[in-house]
Write a protein that binds this ligand. Structure first.
Ligand code: KG4
Ligand code: ZN
Length: 336
């Protein structure tokens, strides 16, 4: 059979990214231009600034991806692009670029769901991983527990009712003065803290065993900070970080393991920016070992937003016959 080489583009949030992916799982290049330094000034992603920066960077990033892959546009078999969910203005830049290339070079256009991309990141370093498996997607915008039934076919078991896991990390980090993005900073600071110093609540929802809620633990952290300030008690940021992280990680692990058992899944993967979290990886690894479940997680570079994962997802969509027309549009709240 012929090789399928895909140029993939990702611009849903604050990373401008392009990659060249061969046969779904072989990454020929993976270029990411991050805007984090720019958005740090504002304590979070500013949509208008993100869109403008994507426009400035996208051509350069694509050229670099092709060059590193030792390829030109004419070598591509298709163009894959994230068309949702995400920031509409940011998404539009990638979608417009992908449509232009696809039109000019007469290449099939394959729109990709961003979350399907995050999940697909697991295929890249685990050639043996195939559906069905359970996947916990934890990013700055999403928290989903899904069964990957087939390539590109999902059954959602649970989701967050309020904040996404990464959002909670970012908000708590901001409250204890760590800056943006907070997840990696809490991860690091937690190593110096006592995770049992403070008993923050674990977000559980009655009658929805796989759903999540992180606004409660976030409020509890804010209340704790207020109490310390009012009573003149010392604020130990490392203990707060470690205790908050324990509360979040325990819930993520418990829900994922009970879903794996209930649905007889012997493979469990994690995906999204928060999947880089050390405590989550260790906690999930241990729980999976105890329950005879194979545990999969991507390298940190494939956990955060990148285009390689979009190329992998686009490949499996391409194989299924997914083709988009010139009317492909950005869909900010695209459902999985
Ligand atoms: O997947 P991602 O790059 O972008 C979205 O699609 O949202 O995820 C970014 C999120 C941010 O909230 C960031 O704080 C969080 O992932 N994050 C982490 C870690 N690294 C990134 N959260 C906890 N621990 C980490 N090590
Ligand atoms: Zn993402």
């Amino acid at each position: 059979i012929d090789d399928v080489v895909i140029l993939a583009i990702e611009s849903s949030c604050d990373e401008t990214a392009a990659a060249v992916v061969k046969n779904g799982r072989q990454i020929l290049s993976n270029v990411i231009s991050s805007q984090i330094e720019l958005h740090k000034l504002y304590g979070g992603v500013v949509p208008e600034i993100a869109s403008r920066k994507h426009i400035e960077k996208i051509n350069q990033v694509i050229e670099e991806a092709l060059e590193q892959a030792g390829a030109v546009l004419d070598d591509m078999d298709a163009v894959g692009v994230t068309y949702g969910p995400g920031l509409v203005g940011a998404l539009l830049v990638g979608v417009a670029e992908a449509k232009a290339i696809s039109y000019a070079k007469k290449l099939p256009l394959v729109g990709v769901h961003h979350i399907e991309g995050h999940i697909s990141a697991n295929y890249i370093e685990h050639p043996e991983l195939e559906p069905p498996f359970l996947c916990l997607v934890v990013s700055g915008g999403h928290t989903h527990l899904v069964i990957v039934k087939e390539y590109g076919e999902f059954q959602i078991l649970g989701r967050t009712r309020d904040d996404a896991a990464g959002e909670a990390f970012d908000k708590v980090a901001r409250a204890i003065g760590l800056g943006y993005p907070g997840g990696p900073k809490i991860d690091k600071l937690s190593l110096e803290g006592n995770p049992y110093a403070i008993d923050f609540p674990k977000g559980k929802i009655e009658d929805a065993p796989y759903d999540f809620s992180f606004s409660g633990v976030k409020s509890a952290v804010l209340n704790h900070l207020n109490r310390c300030r009012m009573q003149g008690e010392e604020i130990v940021a490392a203990d707060i970080a470690a205790s908050f992280q324990r509360s979040v990680v325990e819930v993520l692990v418990e829900h994922a393991i009970s879903a794996a058992k209930d649905y007889h899944m012997d493979k469990l993967a994690i995906a999204g920016g928060v999947a880089s979290n050390g405590a989550l990886r260790r906690g999930m690894e241990k729980a999976c070992q105890e329950n005879g479940i194979h545990f999969y997680y991507p390298s940190p570079i494939l956990c955060t937003d990148n285009a390689a994962m979009i190329g992998t997802a686009a490949y499996y969509e391409y194989k299924k016959g997914t083709r988009h027309g010139w009317d492909l549009n950005a869909v900010p709240n695209l459902k999985l």
